[in-house]
Ligand binder design. Structure first.
Ligand code: HEM
Length: 405
């Protein structure tokens, strides 16, 4: 049997080009239909699209390794984190966080999240306008993660949230440029500064524990880390994984409501739809579009022969648009049920912050519905997305707002 085609279509720009980045859904729909597995010779990446294959990409850790990515980095950039560890090393590491992410603590965070939302929305109503990203989603996500970790308010100015680009777009100025994937190394100065800050905070909490994640990790005897683990880097990972993604979920949801006002009106009329509206946003506009791995052996998927140690990208967003699983997948529908999207990953590395991110988005939407009457886009042009093809979300969502009558 001839080998199936695995090339990328030439007539539709992929999401790592500026043109394709604007609306990647048509490209993904085509790939789902015609090229379940595709190879990009330019960047030497194998792309996997269909729901069942993306599930396997995350579940079969013997096929697709995340730890191997580290081997591609210089020694000094390799850091042990949850997302750079395979079984059997991963589970004990994840266990370290089980206390921090216990349901009672999370539940306890909701009233403060709600209070912050109310304050931010009321301030916007007093001004008559806001940028949903900068004035609501970002401060809410930052406060939520600070509370989870246990960063004291007085340290706020010392504590800078860093934004890493996970998937660099091809440069328009340089046609020879390739799309680049972040491998999970510790290079950026911001990353180093935050890791350093967390090490210092752990030392403080060792002397004076509180009820927070940093204190939980500080309680673990240093010997248990066997000199290999860096608590600062592990804590910093929570920040990196949770901040932008949550901002994009909330910003993305409000951007979708501007495009689909009839869907917003459905939720306003039936507030019990808040939960499914958040799930539908996660499916339709997944904040993490794809995840990288390296093949851990030679693989054959739909007849495509993927060699050992090859770079792979499992397209969460494409899986979430797979017509084999979702009816009318290109339609944004706040009443969709069931909705078993893969926006938080699957299996071994399933997102630890999923509960928190969902709750933040629900609380933001509930308080928005309770307080905001009308809202209209302030800019006439289409919403601009952050220039990253792995992390997806609007850079700004400026709207005018009036209070509920
Ligand atoms: C809408 C918001 C979020 C989305 C879409 C999201 C998505 C994901 C995905 C897809 C993974 C799996 C990655 C992989 O297998 O390669 C993951 C893992 C993870 N997420 Fe999230 N996340 C979100 C929010 C958060 C928050 C708020 C936190 C914490 C404060 C968090 C912490 C983590 C951690 C620690 C992991 C690694 C788990 C492990 O390796 O065992 N995430 N997330």
């Amino acid at each position: 049997m001839p080998a199936p085609p695995t090339d990328l279509p030439v007539d539709l720009p992929p999401p790592w080009t500026r043109e394709g980045h604007r609306d990647p859904h048509p490209w993904m729909a085509r790939m789902l239909e015609e090229r379940p597995v595709a190879f990009d010779p330019e960047s030497e990446v194998w792309h996997v699209f269909r729901y069942a294959d993306v599930q396997a990409f995350h579940r079969e850790t013997g096929d697709w390794s995340t730890a191997r990515r580290m081997q591609r980095l210089p020694e000094e950039e390799r850091v042990v984190r949850l997302l750079t560890t395979d079984p059997p090393d991963h589970q004990p590491l994840r266990e370290l966080f089980s206390r921090a992410y216990r349901p009672r603590r999370m539940e306890g965070m909701e009233p403060r999240m709600r209070g912050i939302c109310v304050g931010l929305i009321d301030a916007a109503l007093a001004r008559g306008q806001l940028d949903v990203v900068a004035d609501l989603a970002a401060p809410l996500a930052a406060a939520m993660i600070r509370d989870l970790l246990g960063v004291p308010e007085e340290d706020e100015s010392r504590f800078r949230v860093h934004f890493e680009t996970l998937g660099e777009l091809k440069s328009e100025k340089d046609p020879e440029s390739r799309m680049l994937l972040y491998m999970g190394g510790a290079t950026a100065d911001d990353h180093r500064a935050a890791t350093e800050y967390f090490r210092e905070l752990v030392a403080r909490r060792r002397a004076e524990p509180r009820d927070d994640m940093v204190s939980d990790l500080a309680r673990i005897p240093a010997e248990d880390f066997e000199g290999q683990l860096d608590v600062g880097a592990l804590l910093n990972e929570q920040l990196g994984a949770g901040q932008n993604t949550t901002v994009h979920l909330i910003g993305g949801m409000m951007a979708l409501f501007l495009e689909h006002p009839e869907q917003f009106e459905k939720v306003r009329a039936r507030p019990e739809l808040v939960e499914s509206a958040v799930e539908e946003t996660l499916r339709y506009a997944s904040p993490l579009q794809a995840r990288p791995r390296l093949s851990a052996r030679a693989l054959s998927i739909h007849g495509a022969q993927i060699p050992d140690d090859a770079q792979g990208l499992g397209w969460i967003q494409a899986a979430n648009l797979d017509p084999r699983v979702f009816r009318d997948p290109l339609r944004f529908d706040v009443t969709r049920s069931p909705n078993h999207h893969l926006a938080f990953g699957y299996g071994e590395h399933f997102c630890l912050g999923a509960w928190l991110a969902r709750r933040a988005a629900r609380v933001a939407l509930q308080e928005w519905i309770a307080r905001v009457g009308d809202f209209e886009p302030l800019a006439a042009s289409a919403i601009e997305r952050v220039p990253d093809f792995i992390v997806r979300g609007p850079a700004r969502v400026p709207v005018s707002v009036t209070a509920c009558a």
